[in-house]
Design a protein around this ligand. Sequence first.
Ligand code: BES
Ligand code: ZN
Ligand code: ZN
Length: 496
Amino acid sequence: MTTISLDFSQQPARSATADGLVIGVTEGPDGPLPAPGSQDADAALDGTLAATLAALGATGKREEVTRIATAGRLAAPLIVAVGLGPGEEDLETLRRAAGAAVRSLAAGHAASIAISLPCRDEAETEAVALGALLGGYRFDRYRSSANGANLSLTVLTSAPGAEAAVRRAQVLAAAITLVRDLVNTSPSHLYPEVFATQAAEVARAVGIEVEVLDDSALASGGYGGITGVGQGSVHPPRLVRLSYRHPDAAKTVVFAGKGITFDSGGLSLKPPKAMEAMKSDMGGAAAVLAALQAIAALRLPVNVVGYLPLAENMPGGGAQRPSDVITIFGGKTVEVLNTDAEGRLVLADALARSEQDSPDLLVDVATLTGAQVIALGPRISGVMANDDKVLAGVVDAARRGGEQAWPMPLPDELRKGLDSAVADIANVAGERVAGMLIAGLFLREFVPDGVRWAHVDIAGPAFHEGEPYGYTAKGGTGAATRMLVQIAADVADGRL
Ligand code: BES
Ligand code: ZN
Ligand code: ZN
């Protein structure tokens, strides 16, 4: 397994001993311009950087990578100049630039990388450190020839607060890496029991409380959603409850994450192509687990409970049937017309159960609908809520945490589409319109009375199927992890 370490140093770029030195290039009006952080390297090269970059055809456009041999003039043999685009760099540009540069160097088997991108304050330093750590991510559990190389990163910065910035980046990168690893793991190796055991290990490592309900406890406890979805699999379901408490906390936030370790659709079987990415259907649960890990490491002054309803949705002989009626925790009944709309069933149990925690804010995260991807594409999460301030606050927390999310409505007139002929509610509507919103309307029915609630659909963002970009590799992305940590921080300081 590749391990990545990161530290910071105030040493000048020219004397940084590393396999590669990363600098930034901006897109100037008359050609590429070395960015802040590259002055010392440029001086060691007698001010030739801009001309060399131009001669090599560099433009400075975002994530463009240009390599320059230093021929003994710097301690590092290679400069990797990464594009920052025109003008003022925002934090995401810095994260992506650091990620792209580290990704390109790590692919060439560099073992040590010094990074001298713009790090003028704490926020920029954190962005560069986080992008670098995430850009170095590799999942090689299943490679028979894993190279096992360790990657050592050094951020060159003299910004005030660099130490805290690097520490935060390490905590967030560890959390996102945990999510990526869980999502990327073969579903034959990550079923509910295994996931629950891993969650318990994380809880023990960071010193938070954990409780695991097994399949018989779920059945006797009235968790009809998790039980129904899990009953078609040879791997029985679990419900994990994590609890982080801070002595100065005034508020409690509850997170619930959809944890379908594989979604075949059940008897409403998916076509083969649609199943290929369905090991990622536990991305919400993984993000909740990882957010709790990070929140505990950062010691945020807020109480946080995390629910991971875990099940494998399979069409075995015991599987639930379209038209089965199940009873969700708390007593509401659901007619299951489509067994592929299973995420809302396991989440309904978790949302209803959260009443026992008296949440000041309840947020669920789920790879819930293909309709989210149709509406917002693969990178932007959809947010729905039962309160306009919560809706705006969650979207804003996502942005400040460095993620993309967009507010979506919960139109009351669509609720009647979920009316059932035999039960309190059906799990799908007859019409195919607004699938993401219908799912949100279904979940809203199970939110405890008076509780402020938001639902985040990460069906697209949880799993990256295209070519790698910035700090995002193919596969699990870690989506929603930073958003959840930011939400907890915002509840802690009364902003949300
Ligand atoms: N896990 C899927 C949603 C999904 C689709 C996640 C694509 C990631 C990428 C979910 O359980 C599902 O199958 N939803 C159905 C709901 C429908 C039956 C109402 C869907 O979106 O098609
Ligand atoms: Zn499904
Ligand atoms: Zn699903």
